[in-house]
Design a protein around this ligand. Structure first.
Ligand code: DP6
Length: 333
């Protein structure tokens, strides 16, 4: 089963664009129960279901037009060469949708979160690309199919199709037609995040390679699918009941368990810097003093703090360099 087979199922024959341009925005997202490990690397089919929170207006704007003679790609206003890593990955994705071999795309991608925030851009990037293609070609696809198209670009992009709390069901079919995200019907405006950027250097090992290595060599990984399922159930409950302690404890434990499997790989993948560990200790110390802060962390050194709005002043005072995010501060058009 290839990506082309999946596209065939969703779109049938490739069509020509119905518009001069297709534009879209998709929010970035942070997982509280992580996607870590693939059952199918070609289709980005996950071993476990995951749950995230989208970052409202922080994300990616993408505009797609037809180009003459060759593809043209720009990122944050700067034209990129076609053999850069970013272009290479995007062109492979665009290849899936060309109505004929010598059809070319002009793609403008703009991330509105500060590059220095150290947030992953592939999630919002591929979700915005899928939506922009949908508008450009006039496919009028439902969100669950857009979520599948986004997943083919990057797994976590399947969740960036929606705002709010989002669950991506792992599914079990070989073609992955049951592996897409949906939004949970709960809002929690008091729930805030703070991104603590400790390094903006490129990571030693990307997520795709990191999870491959983990699945292949980590002994601890064997316990991950069960742990992730348990955490997912707890998170759903916490969100339903607005139980912040349960949400925070479960998210933190899930992130640490994911990192335990990474550390257990051969060769080991350790994303933490001394500053990362210092931030953990600071958060734990504050919690022992009664301030309810929790953290989550992805495949990198930067820490995301979960807190409730009434602790905003404390968070700002203790982590003056952090970026505050209000995930439920969005309007759906
Ligand atoms: C740790 O979605 O970047 O952020 O599917 O290979 O593109 P690919 O991986 P990616 O992995 C994200 C991993 C994570 C956890 C998460 O977002 O759920």
């Amino acid at each position: 089963m290839t990506k082309y087979n999946v596209i065939e199922k969703i779109l049938g024959d490739r069509s020509y664009p119905r518009q001069n341009s297709g534009q879209a925005f998709a929010p970035s997202n942070i997982a509280l129960c992580k996607y870590w490990g693939k059952r199918n690397a070609e289709l980005n089919l996950p071993i476990n279901s995951s749950l995230s929170i989208s970052l409202a207006h922080l994300g990616t704007h993408t505009t797609i037009r037809m180009a003459e003679g060759m593809d043209s790609i720009s990122l944050n206003g700067m034209p990129l060469t076609l053999n850069s890593r970013f272009s290479h990955r995007l062109i492979e994705y665009l290849n899936l949708f060309r109505p004929e071999r010598d059809f070319y795309f002009d793609v403008k991608t703009d991330n509105n979160f500060p590059t220095a925030a150290g947030l992953a851009s592939s999630a919002s990037g591929y979700a915005a690309a899928a939506r922009a293609l949908n508008n450009f070609f006039g496919w009028e696809l439902e969100d669950n199919l857009l979520s599948i198209l986004a997943r083919l670009g990057s797994g976590s992009a399947s969740r960036s199709i929606y705002h709010g709390f989002v669950e991506w069901e792992a599914g079990f079919h070989v073609d992955g037609m049951d592996s897409y995200a949906h939004v949970l019907p709960h809002r929690w405006p008091d729930l805030n995040l703070a991104v603590l950027t400790l390094s903006i250097g490129s990571k030693p090992v990307g997520s795709t390679e990191g999870m491959k290595r983990t699945v292949e060599t980590s002994v601890l990984y064997k316990s991950w699918p069960e742990k992730a399922q348990r955490d997912l159930d707890q998170l759903r409950l916490a969100i339903e009941q607005k139980d912040f302690e349960l949400l925070g404890e479960t998210s933190e434990s899930n992130a640490l368990a994911m990192h335990a499997t990474m550390i257990d790989t051969r060769p080991s993948v350790l994303y933490w810097l001394p500053e990362t560990v210092a931030a953990f200790h600071q958060i734990w110390k504050m919690r022992s003093e009664g301030v309810k802060l929790y953290f989550t962390i992805d495949a990198g050194p930067n820490v995301k703090i979960l807190f409730l709005r009434n602790d905003l002043d404390i968070v700002r005072a203790v982590f003056p360099q952090c970026e505050i995010i209000t995930p439920f501060d969005f309007s759906v058009s």
